[in-house]
Design a protein around this ligand. Sequence first.
Ligand code: B1M
Length: 239
Amino acid sequence: MKKGDSLIDRLNFGSSLGLFEVFPLTNEAVLERLKEAVVKFDVDAVKEACNDALQQKIPPYEILTEGMAKGMEIIGEKYESGEFFLSELIMAGETMKEGMKIIEPYLQAEGKSSKGQVVLGTVEGDLHDIGKNIVASLLRGSGFGVADLGADVPPRRFLEETEKSNAQIVGMSALLTTTMVKMSDTMKALVEAGIRDRLKVILGGAPVNSAYATKIGADAAANDAIDGLAICKKWAGVS
Ligand code: B1M
């Protein structure tokens, strides 16, 4: 979208001509509009609301979690209740990715790789990569180098990339209860290769918690992307 196209730009223009008086939307209203646009798979409205939210100086991470991700929660509920099917999950994923393209550069404001190297991926059998992509952006934005292996990553790939890049941190994401076991398989691969002890391993994704991390011998489980970033920063000795 060009500057001048957003709803707020148009309202400001009308206001500057004295056509009407503008009462700016509250941050809550902008985020609500973004959430609704995701639920309607309205890509244009998502882009517009993302730009408006940035223009209102809403923090980029809040735009993701309090706007678009809230819409994704509703999509998940509608899927569970049988109102939506796989095709709607796919459309929702594509819709949020369009919004992510606008927000991501603001998450990656710094982008230098000096705080350490992270190998990151969604585990084998699991195609959910939106949350993992947010984690990658936040890490890069805080100065970590990130080898993002994408989604559906088998244990062997985590191992190969960790050895090749000499990474200090391995991060695994899973959104399905059925693919959590691949986190355990990846841990075993790291142990068998003899490199587990020189690494920190962090898990993330809705079905994963600290108890599961402890059970499979990982170091931590993050509640959300910000928590994941905080844990990695602590390991890297930075605040
Ligand atoms: Co799927 N799906 N899906 N889906 N999907 C869920 C996860 C589900 C909860 C929906 C539901 O039933 N309510 C359900 C899982 C149930 C379960 O296992 N308990 C489900 C299902 C069942 C399925 C299929 C099996 C459906 C089918 O085929 N019948 C299928 C599986 C395909 C596969 O993976 N093999 C499937 C497919 C898909 C799509 C591919 C179509 C699409 C994903 C598109 C994509 O990612 N490119 C999709 C979507 C969009 C969803 C929902 C609606 C939204 C997920 C999302 O992106 N959320 C989801 C419902 C829901 O989550 N409520 C659902 C927004 C994102 C920002 O949040 O990913 O949680 P999230 O990430 C968070 C945190 O978890 C955390 O940080 C992020 C931001 O705070 N985090 C980390 C994540 N990884 C981290 C790693 C870290 C740290 C933090 O460190 C390493």
